[in-house]
Structure formats: structure tokens, C-alpha cells
Design a protein around this ligand. Sequence first.
Ligand SMILES: NC(=O)c1ccc[n+]([C@@H]2O[C@H](COP(=O)([O-])OP(=O)(O)OC[C@H]3O[C@@H](n4cnc5c(N)ncnc54)[C@H](O)[C@@H]3O)[C@@H](O)[C@H]2O)c1
Length: 442
Amino acid sequence: MTKTNVKPAEGKLGIMVVGNGAVATTFMTGVLMARKGLTKPVGSMTQYDKIRVGKGEDKKYLKYADIVPLASLDDIVFGCWDVYPQNAYQSAMYAEVLKEKDIEPVRDELEAIKPLPAAFDKNYAKRLDGDNVKPCQTRWEMVEALREDIRRFKAEKGCSRIVVLWAASTEIYVPVDEKVHYHLADLEAAMKADDREHVAPSMCYAYAALVEGAPFIMGAPNTTVDIPAMWELAEKTRMPIAGKDFKTGQTLVKSGFAPIIGTRCLGLSGWFSTNILGNRDGLVLDEPANFRTKEVSKLSTLETILKPDVQPDLYAHGNDEDTQYFHKVRINYYPPRNDNKEGWDNIDIFGWMGYPMQIKINFLCRDSILAAPLCLDLCLLIDLAVRAGRYGTQRFLSFFLKSPMHDYTVGEEAVNHLYQQYTMLKNAIREMGGYEADEEID
Ligand SMILES: NC(=O)c1ccc[n+]([C@@H]2O[C@H](COP(=O)([O-])OP(=O)(O)OC[C@H]3O[C@@H](n4cnc5c(N)ncnc54)[C@H](O)[C@@H]3O)[C@@H](O)[C@H]2O)c1
């Protein structure tokens, strides 16, 4: 390893997951199984990817942990919160993502992961009715109870660092409101005034984490940390934040495929994406107000890759006003499929002299199997960011996210292009490892 200013990953890393559902338990089970040598962490960039450092004769390809000090899987301790009281073993069995044979060997460890009562408001996820909920009267009481949870967990488990990861349900859509969400003082006042319309429970988790010196990752499309007041808090507490929405299946394909159309200067008149999904996430997303949050997140991807204003001949035709291609995203709750989501993309493109063509993509994926390695990578990399002294929005983590955070108040754009995101990721690792950033193609 070259000289790096990053603090070493000493001691235990507590990963406190909000939500103990399909994604969370698949993540935890995989980590526990991998460190016993009983499975391989396939899909995890921090465990497999090799980045080139140096150039010419000095170039080498190294794993992330050989470039920067990453926490080891052996040092991870899990905790969680959930609305339902079942422990992680029961919840993993309920989710039916993994076979029993892949859960049993770590049963004892999973049983010991018992969800702390959730900071929950049924108005934010009407389809959930668990009773493992904190008896808080106000949003501010939620913040205080969550802070206490984090402190106690850290002390009881002897952790040197904590990361808080949201892998809980998608909340209803909370549009950004300048009066409440732009300044930290206003957000705090709203929490104290128990403004339930503008302060989602997820904001209480994020606030509590940052104030307790723990970075926060938003894996759902919730607005939560994607507001200027939280950016201010992240600066004040010098904590990194990342979000939003794990980029797992359809959007991963979209952000990798759209550059093919853009690079070849083909036209696009429409992109229709639909999904069937039968797990609890699908159930929650069946509620229109919750789906709206997901829709906003899923729609944002194409617009920064195929831009109508930059290439009007190619991308400014298709919808009623003829200003942009059609882009529709649908998710349908269909119980027989459980976690095995099926996604269809129909892409209407056009070529030379405007002649139309179609591309169809049918992705039969497993949602939580795709999400689990992202959870691991995001947790390990945000913990690295803390030790590297980085704070605020971590744009280098955009690679893992469907709707990457960016400063929209100054007109900044998100980077959605998968290969640009990968360059950002590699360069951040290089720089933290004391190497020079570069954009050479490997
Ligand atoms: N799997 C994927 O591919 C993928 C991709 C992107 C985003 N996501 C998001 O990840 C999240 C988790 O997905 P999942 O399939 O595990 O869903 P899930 O329904 O199995 O698990 C979510 C859990 O969160 C709990 N919960 C809800 N509100 C809570 C609160 N306020 N505090 C504590 N717990 C709370 C629920 O009780 C539930 O057990 C969803 O928001 C989903 O949209 C998943």
C-alpha cells in the first residue's frame, strides 16, 4: 500500500440496518456465511474488483483493500430496527429469498439480531401493520430515542464505528419544501413542532445517525438526506451521506444500456419499463403514494444520459408536446413471483433517416440477491470515507444508486451514466489510496 492519510480500520464496525426485511436479511446472511467460508460474496466490488493504479511500467491491478484500508467482513457487527419483531433468522425465512440450507449454518448469529422498535408512522407506509414501534409522541422524540439506540448499540457491542443503512420500505413521496427542508434550523424546528407532513420517520434516523457520528446511506428512493438541511447537518457533523435508491436490476441495465444508444447517436422515441414483483417491497409500492417516490427515482436516470436539449434531433421527439421521448416506468404487485422480479423494457429507437427499430430486454432477476452486495459495498465504502475525512454527499458512490444525490439548488446534474460513475468510483479509491486520479481506459 502507498502512503495514505486514511485512518486504519481498527476495531469493530457496527452496521445498523433500518429494516429487517428481504434485502437486509439477505445482506446479513451472506456476510455471515462468507466469513465462515460457506459462500462467496459474488457481486461485491469491494471483495472482487481490481483497479489499475499507476501507469506504464508502474501499473498494477489491485483489489480495493490493497489500495485503501477497508473494514474486514470479520469485524462487522449487525443490528437493526423494524416494525415487525421477528429476529433476522425468522425474517430471512419469511422472505424466502434464500434456501434454508443457506441460512441454517448461521442461524444462531441471525437469531441474535433482534430488531429494535422502529421509529414509524403508518401514514408513511399504510400497508405495514407491525407493532414493534417506539411509543414516541413527536418526531423530536423519535430522534432522541434513535440516538439513544445508536449509543447503546455501539457501547454494548464494543464497536469503534457505526454506519446506518436504510433498507426499510419506501415511504410516501415527500416533495422538497423550501420552508422546511432548505435550512437545518428550519428542519429542527419542524421536528420539534412535530410537523408530520414534512418530516418523514427516515429523516429522524438520518438526523440521529449524523449527530451520533455515524454516516448514513439511503437505499430506498426516499427524499430523507437529499435535502439541503441534511447536507448542512452532514457538513456540521463532518459525516458522509449517500443516496438514494439501490441501483440493482432494471435501472442498472438502463444506465449501462442507454450509453450505447447515445454513443452511437441513435434516436429514442420511447422507453417503457414494467415490472412484476411479489415481495413486501412490491406490496408497499402497490400504494400509489409510495410508488410515486419510486417512480421519480426511476425516471431520473435517462434524462441525464440522453439529453433532448443537447441532441434535439435524437431525443426531443415522442411525447405529446414533442419535447422529449416517452419514458414510463411501472411496477405491478404480483405475489406468485415473490422476490423474483421480472422486468421488461421495450425501447423504441430510430436510425438513419428516422427509420424505427425496437429493442426488448427481459430481465428475470432476484431483487435482494442483487441488492445485498450493494449494501456491503456502500457500508464499507462510506466507512472508508469517514476515515478519509470526507463528508457531505459522496458522489463517488453514485455508481451504486439509482437516483444519485447532487446539489440541485445550484443546477448541478446527477451523473447516471454507468461508466462515468465507475470512473468516479475508481478515482476516489485511487486518491484515498495516495495514487493519482486518471481517466485512462483499461
Ligand atoms: N431489492 C432491490 O432490488 C431494491 C432496489 C432498490 C431499492 N430497494 C429498496 O430497499 C428497501 C427494502 O426492500 P426489501 O425488499 O427488503 O423490503 P421489505 O419489505 O422486505 O423490508 C423492508 C422492511 O422495512 C420495515 N420498515 C418499514 N418502515 C420502517 C421504519 N420506519 N423503521 C424500521 N423498519 C421499517 C418493514 O417492516 C420491512 O420489514 C425498499 O425500500 C426497496 O424499495 C430495493
